[in-house]
Design a protein around this ligand. Structure first.
Ligand code: SF4
Length: 237
């Protein structure tokens, strides 16, 4: 019973925030104790995401191949999460879960696409509707952690490849953009290979554990000009 009490879920996306250069331990502490801050994430991204996944599954079921926009070689099968690891359902979505003994966390996540390659290993893919900014991409470390988290969750297979597929928005002329009473947005897919880092997830989970073991919120992030900056200023008057 006591052991179960110590086990907490942590999402791979949430864990990815610890890999970012601007990670704020105080933010993380607050969110874990009181729930996530309000997010104004536009719903359109969920629609794009769902359509991309449907496009892959429909083409695979119909033609036993990937859609033409997804140029990935040596694919044997497209797999569902339950084929590659332990699955739990939450809000009608299936998540892979795995208990990480050292930290006491249960890692949880749902990859966008799981491909079994001809050599029997997995290629796990995540879609990002964003422009890829190479080394300047502040989210890349978080995405790398996310994909490495999925690799840990794939307990029934060995994972040989991790990739991000960025959907770069294309700049179009007004004539191309508007057709009659409709407008269309176009995106160009770009596949970015991500390094497999076997120790990364344990490192991040242990860091998360350390932050959350503190009884009071950690200090504000240095040079942050967010709410804490103003609260600290008011307090110091
Ligand atoms: S306002 Fe800044 S220091 Fe405060 S919790 Fe948010 S990110 Fe951290």
């Amino acid at each position: 019973m006591e052991e179960n009490k110590k086990r907490e879920y942590i999402g791979v996306k949430e864990l990815g925030s610890l890999a970012k250069a601007d990670f704020c331990p105080r933010c993380f502490w607050y969110e874990r104790h009181f729930g996530p801050f309000p997010s104004f994430f536009p719903g359109i991204f969920n629609v794009i995401d769902r359509n991309l996944k449907n496009s892959v599954w429909q083409t695979w079921r119909r033609e036993k191949k990937l859609p033409s926009w997804l140029r990935i070689k040596n694919v044997q099968r497209v797999l569902t999460a339950d084929k590659i690891g332990k699955v739990e359902e939450k809000h009608r979505q299936k998540y892979l879960v795995a208990y990480h003994k050292k930290s006491g966390f249960i890692l949880r996540g749902a990859p966008d696409l799981i491909l079994e390659l001809k050599d029997g290993t997995l290629h796990i893919i995540d879609f990002k509707t964003a422009r890829f900014k190479e080394d300047d991409d502040q989210f890349l470390p978080a995405y790398e952690a996310q994909l490495n988290g999925y690799a840990i969750l794939a307990t029934k297979f060995s994972v040989s490849k991790l990739s991000l597929v960025y959907f770069n928005p294309l700049l179009e002329t007004p004539d191309e953009f508007f057709t009659g009473s409709r407008f269309k947005l176009s995106f160009a897919p770009q596949i970015i290979s991500v390094e497999i880092k076997p120790k990364l997830i344990t490192k991040l989970l242990m860091e998360a554990k350390e932050v959350l073991s503190q009884k009071t919120p950690p200090p504000a992030r240095e040079n942050c000009r967010g709410t804490c900056f103003y609260i600290d200023k008011i307090r110091s008057v």
